[in-house]
Design a protein around this ligand. Sequence first.
Ligand code: ATP
Length: 357
Amino acid sequence: MPVAKRVDAIPIAQYGGRHAVTMLAGGGIGPELMNYVKQVFRVGGVPVDFEDVQMNPKSESNEDLEYAITSIRRNGVAIKGNIETGSMNRAVISRNVALRNELDLYVNVLHCKSYPGIPTRQKGVDILIVRQNTEGEYAMLEHESVTGVIESMKVVTQENSERVARYAFEYAKKQGRKKVTTIHKANIMKLSDGLFLETSRQVAKDYPNIEHNDMIIDNCCMQLVSNPHQFDVMIMTNLYGTIVSNVVCGIVGGAGLLSGKNYGDHYAVFEPGTRNTGTAIAGKNIANPIAMLNAAVDMLDHLGHVHHAKIITDAIDKTVNEDRIHTPDLGGTASSTDVVENILKHVQKATKTIYWI
Ligand code: ATP
């Protein structure tokens, strides 16, 4: 079996020690969450400059999309909110899916770790979800073959299945993880999910010290709710990935906490893990800012700004676990700005800066 190789040929944009990063705020709560990121970066003295790019999700023209892709290609890295795809017009394509496909961001990584300060039914969850991010049911290949009959293609390739499996096993090896579980429905989709499962089994042979098993997606959802601790690293195709990610985010506290990372061989895009727009709560000062701040921390780690990443992570952890300043989605009464101000206080202490808000 050929080995998928990472190619690191394209340098990340960096000018005078500062990094340039594309910022796609998206719709709903995206713009307010991005303002919190900018505030925290300013107080923390983070050497990153954002290139704000606006998208128009209702447009039939793809000019905005092309500009965003060019910007990410130039900068190498982006942080994004969800870009709503409200339109049922067939000519309007999902900007989120198109970005991932065009930039070949073939893997999505979601680290689902419980915060001890958040009251949840399941404690101590620590699962890594590795999801194929560009094909499967998201191939966007649908057509009406005859009136009243729609066909939708689910595309699974050996190459992409292998890249995802290889990423998961390499990550498991580096992080000292013990087990990788492939999630599938190969008993029904024998060819497509069968290929994904078989490929992960082949890759697993190269990692004899890591246990490999598999589980059918429906059983997986039940097992996640009743006993999430049995899972360590999970790999799956695209649609199962979005469902399982939302289930696990729900288990550890909801949509407002965790971040997700999208990687290809050349580019990286960071965003909240459940990819919600949050239109209904926009402008009310109640959206949880943590997921987007965690996405910003992931971005800093990726760029090598580990010192700043650590300062912000510590400030988030203290706010959530010790000070217990929680927005309503976590059962608290704090506003978004209460949470951000508390985080700024800790960042300020760590960096010894004076800030104005
Ligand atoms: P809409 O996007 O129009 O609000 P939706 O049902 O698709 O509708 P999502 O955006 O997908 O909602 O979000 C799912 C749920 O998660 C919603 O209840 C939303 O309010 C909540 N949610 C999403 N992000 C956050 C956040 N950062 N803080 C608090 N709640 C959030």
